[in-house]
Design a binder for this molecule. Structure first.
Ligand code: PLP
Ligand code: ZN
Length: 467
């Protein structure tokens, strides 16, 4: 074991350490979640974040080209020769005045971190490249995940193109009927073994953990702490886009809560390393149809409490949810999760960064999504939870009009075209079938196709009228 990096239990009362190569991803002593930890004192840490700008001149090196690995000094668990990259993390952090106007903020204050630009079309590649690299370091030949779609798309791409020998076999567990075609098509196209379980994501996640343990398959769900190391770079790229200025807020959709956990760890480490002087605040936005974290944090007051969080409160909530057979239900399938595996880490992140949690309905997400799209960046419904949540937080006065905010757009618009087309449709039957029956009442920002007869004069008339 390299003693410079290792795994460590997040429970402050335990702090058990685990070998870097261990792949059980649970504390052997207390069953808690693990962090990847570093002996920073003995590692070469850059003196300033500006150091990373020098990597731009070195783009012919695949590690410096990667928007993840060019920050590898801030998650140094893998030797360069072991890194598996497909050029992930070439993303854009765009100033978004259309969105600022929509949420009632000043021009120039809102930025959208567009993770749809990743090779598989979602932020998942940031974490997958790190986990896939770790899998290779441990000699794994099969990797598995349960997925609402994007994790499986990402894993499929890394197994097909990530390199290494023999090729890594992707095994993907999905719930029945829940996955969007955009995402399913990627798993199939890139050759992953796709196992469709009669159940939902929460069922699939439970199964994949047992199956992986039994068959010795490497698990890449976000319980895997190496994934969260790669996802830290989403924050590094936001800082970089802001010329290393720390924004006041980061707003992110919450599903399994891997991102918020990773972001909290990123800022905590940067602060401890003296690379930033304050952390931004974190806002997590659940879907109203999958709002366990919102309920527990905002409604029931559950807090990390320096590691002594109220486990009984958590267990009681989960038992009541099971007793009522309450299942996650939202159009935002990427966050349709009622048992977020990283909940303790997310509590820790919110404590360290002064976080808040809100929820957004499908209606609110779809309206926000249309506004984001009108500004030029297309995202899937779950991603728009960030802007829908921002709108609420500005209305409440929690976020000021003049604050600087970065919203993470987690996935690309082409991931779920059905939802987009149904929102903009001129056909009430199409709207009803996909959206209306799920409680979406209107499409305030719909851009409807114009129906015209097949006749030049009528077409000309329509264009003069509308354009
Ligand atoms: C996975 C995913 C999320 C949820 O992220 P977590 O880290 O699980 O909270 C949100 N949006 C999209 C598009 C995703 O693929
Ligand atoms: Zn422990």
């Amino acid at each position: 074991m390299s003693d410079l990096s290792f795994q460590r239990c997040i429970n402050p009362a335990c702090r058990a350490t685990v070998d870097l190569a261990d792949t059980s991803f649970r504390c052997p002593k207390c069953g808690g979640l693990l962090d990847v930890a570093y002996d920073w004192d003995r590692l070469p840490v850059p003196k300033s974040l500006k150091h990373f700008e020098s990597k731009w001149a070195n783009r012919s090196d695949p590690l410096d080209f990667s928007g993840v690995w060019r920050f590898r000094e801030l998650f140094p668990f893998a030797p360069d020769a072991k890194v598996m990259t497909v050029g992930e993390g070439q993303t854009l952090c765009q100033r978004a005045d259309t969105v600022a106007a929509y949420v009632g903020m000043n021009p120039g204050t809102v930025y959208l971190e567009y993770e749809g630009m990743n090779p598989s079309g979602s932020f998942k590649d940031n974490g997958m490249t790190a986990a896939f690299t770790h899998a290779r370091m441990t000699g794994a030949t099969r990797a598995a995940c349960a997925s609402t779609g994007n994790t499986s798309a990402s894993l499929a791409i890394y197994c097909a193109a990530g390199g290494g020998s023999p090729p890594m076999r992707a095994v993907i567990f999905i719930g029945s009927g829940k996955i969007s075609y955009g995402k399913l098509s990627q798993a199939l196209e890139h050759g992953a073994l796709t196992v469709q379980i009669a159940g939902d994501f929460d069922d699939a996640l439970r199964q994949v953990q047992d199956v992986s343990r039994q068959l010795g398959i490497y698990l890449v769900n976000s319980v895997n702490p190496f994934r969260l190391e790669g996802q830290k770079t989403i924050m590094f790229r936001i800082l970089e886009a802001l010329r290393w200025r720390v924004p006041d807020w980061i707003v992110v959709p919450g599903g399994n809560l891997g991102n918020v956990s990773s972001f909290g760890k990123a800022f905590t480490e940067l602060k401890e390393l003296g690379l930033i002087d304050r952390t931004p605040r974190l806002a997590v936005v659940n879907a109203a149809g999958a709002d366990t974290f919102y309920q527990l944090y905002d409604r029931h007051g559950l807090r990390w409490n320096a590691g002594e969080f109220d486990k009984a409160k958590y267990d009681a909530y989960m038992s009541a949810m099971d007793a009522a057979n309450r299942r996650a239900d939202t159009l935002a399938s990427a966050i349709e999760i009622n048992r977020p595996v990283n909940l303790p880490k997310a509590l820790r992140a919110l404590e360290r960064c002064g976080g808040v949690v809100r929820e957004a309905t499908d209606q609110e997400m779809l309206d926000a999504k249309a506004k984001i799209g009108a500004g030029g960046l297309g995202c899937e419904p779950a991603s728009a939870a960030s802007v829908a949540g921002l709108l609420k937080l500005v209305k409440e006065g929690v976020i000021a009009k003049s604050d600087t905010v970065a919203c993470v757009l987690t996935g690309h618009v082409l991931k779920d075209p059905d939802a987009t087309v149904a929102y903009h449709t001129a056909d009430p039957a199409v709207f009803e079938a996909k959206l209306g029956k799920r409680g979406v009442k209107r499409a305030m920002f719909a851009n409807r196709a114009v129906q015209v007869p097949n006749q030049l004069s009528e077409i000309v008339k329509a264009i003069e009228l509308y354009a």
